[in-house]
Design a protein around this ligand. Sequence first.
Ligand code: HEM
Ligand code: NAG
Ligand code: NAG
Ligand code: NAG
Ligand code: NAG
Ligand code: NAG
Ligand code: NAG
Ligand code: NAG
Length: 601
Amino acid sequence: MLHSHFILLLGLAAACLADDYRWPSPRYDHLEALLYEGRRSDGSSLSSIVHPCRPRPDTNASIAAEWLRFAFHDMSTHDVTDGSGGLDGSIVYELSREENFGAGFTSTLSDFEVYPNKYVSRADVIAIGAIFGVSTCGGPIIPFRGGRVDAWKAGPSGVPEPQQDLQTHKDMFTRQGFTTSEMIQLVACGHTMGGVRSTFFPALVPPGPDPLTPKIVNFDTTTEFDNVVVTQYLDGTTQNPLVVDSNKTMVSDLRIFSADSNDTMRSMSSAESFTSTCQNMLERMINVVPHGVVLTNEITLLPAKVHDVQLTFEREKFVFKAAFRLLQALNTPVNKQRTVKILWCDRHGNNKDCKGNTRTSMPASTFEEDPNLSPVTQSQGYSFINYNFVIPVDASASISKFWFEVDENDGKGATSYKNSGDGYFVEQDQILFVPTLSRTALVHNSTLERRGGGSPITGLVKQYTLVAAVRDGSNPSRVYMDVLDVAISGFPFPLNTTIDLQLNTSLTPTQGYSFYSGIIADTGFQLTVDIHNIAEDGTKYTEDFKQTTDLDNTPYVAPTNVTNTGKSPASSAWRLMDDLHIARLTVGTALIVGAMLGTLL
Ligand code: HEM
Ligand SMILES: *[C@@H]1O[C@H](CO)[C@@H](O)[C@H](O)[C@H]1NC(C)=O
Ligand SMILES: *[C@@H]1O[C@H](CO)[C@@H](O)[C@H](O)[C@H]1NC(C)=O
Ligand SMILES: *[C@@H]1O[C@H](CO)[C@@H](O)[C@H](O)[C@H]1NC(C)=O
Ligand SMILES: *[C@@H]1O[C@H](CO)[C@@H](O)[C@H](O)[C@H]1NC(C)=O
Ligand SMILES: *[C@@H]1O[C@H](CO)[C@@H](O)[C@H](O)[C@H]1NC(C)=O
Ligand SMILES: *[C@@H]1O[C@H](CO)[C@@H](O)[C@H](O)[C@H]1NC(C)=O
Ligand SMILES: *[C@@H]1O[C@H](CO)[C@@H](O)[C@H](O)[C@H]1NC(C)=O
């Protein structure tokens, strides 16, 4: 019963999206993955840091509150009159200011540091952090648009502080584009989680016996995102230091909440009105961006998603890899009778474009996600199941397009997933990234030739030898890669440069491909490359946005009919599908490497 109901829902969702979305839409795909899977494509999980509504292990501070406050402080220097400032990630350069002081900010910065890349800006990560924080603690799902553009230097100051008077606060919110009533709403929506710390406001919260361990007095008696901050204020039971402190200079929440004779507070005192008001106002808050920045449409959950598509060589085999992600309603078992298969057409030869046979294959593995993957997906009532395909392909035939068929084997026939059209097209096979032949090593900078822009690299750096396969016949006039890493500790500058790849004769040509390689050094956390082949006839072929995690160790997995439901995938090739533990380990590793580099610099 549940099952057929679910299929109906999927059908509806698919119909709504049909006109808007086509694969590949790389920015959409990567924003969607971070929001709904909570992680980068190598598995490093952002959401698991905060979800489910976790306290910081060392201080018991609310991580969700720290993330929400971080977004507010980044946004709150916006000036509507000249369009400057807004959610632009400039806060990472502003943490030494009095108005942004404290461990909540520095911890949040290191939580976010490894996530930005070409398609997901640092400011988008900050916005997603606020969305995760609110939803994981029981608040509304704030609609998300991406496309924020990062600043690479500090902006003006101007974040409100509690000792300032009401007129100053009204003026600041007017500058940011909010009325007095909206100011009241925003402050109430912010001050429903977290509280005031002894370490930064010892006059408001007296320190405990150990002055280094913060004592925290919460704004209300619940840790959840709820209307209790409002009801306790209205009924006079609140312990919010910014309302009840005896030093009347410091009670900014009292001044703000009562600025319109408590009308706004009364209007948002029910659970429903609090939730809908905050959903609206926090959406507006995260969408305050500098003039000229154009946000994407809302990033909605894709009911069926193709991801991690790659044509490459693994152990001398030419393989096509693709993963197909379907929704699974929470608390319902996956239909054990379901079969999923991939179908594809040759790119070259007699069978070109399915003139003869259509080829087909079964998944190499199946992986059900942990329902805790993302608080947003979880509160929408879904989890995911992934079907991972690893197909040995004849290189002379290659592949032009593919699609999927899902049969629930319930007598209703199979459903085809064809990218709302003809199928998923493999754009080109003239230049391919080959992770299994690529390598990384930690080396001292004295052994390196410094390439690209930015400050000199000092101490230990990660050196990547990246290998691409070039199809014979294109006779490239140039093979090169655009290299980008924006996730560098402290965000001093992006690594953003171009490296030429040379024919590498120590790698034996095979199956109509020759290998090219190039070397790049990086101190960041997320190096990605776009690899280009300019053919003799001038055509430019591009392999876009290849990740460089998991090099050296991406073994070939023979396709089998075995389904590994509920277990970690056997292959590290599918490490990105792995469970949250591994994901957190990956984050840990990145941070350890970062810390190591930091120490040695
Ligand atoms: C006049 C405006 C505001 C003032 C003066 C103000 C002031 C403060 C102060 C003094 C703290 C305590 C910080 C600490 O001890 O670590 C705090 C915490 C917090 N603020 Fe505000 N705030 C304002 C507006 C907002 C807004 C609009 C939001 C978000 C929508 C927000 C979100 C938060 C959150 C979530 C915390 C708790 C942080 C934590 O527990 O780590 N604030 N605020
Ligand atoms: C955090 O909270 C737990 C449970 O309430 C408590 O046992 C622990 O001592 C607290 N830690 C700190 C650093 O306050
Ligand atoms: C109240 O707080 C203000 C701002 O921090 C401070 O300057 C003032 O001395 C305080 N007053 C009292 C009586 O503690
Ligand atoms: C607003 O509510 C607060 C807290 O209950 C109360 O102290 C204050 O007198 C109220 N102000 C007005 C104008 O009603
Ligand atoms: C290597 O590091 C040293 C300091 O350890 C620095 O002075 C030098 O500029 C660095 N060299 C390059 C090529 O980045
Ligand atoms: C990297 O460089 C390209 C080309 O110069 C530029 O368009 C792009 O904005 C740069 N990206 C970043 C993050 O600096
Ligand atoms: C050629 O490839 C080998 C094997 O990956 C690598 O060790 C070597 O550094 C590469 N040569 C160049 C010039 O990149
Ligand atoms: C795998 O499935 C195919 C098609 O369903 C079947 O023909 C084949 O015998 C199966 N192979 C194994 C090893 O079970």
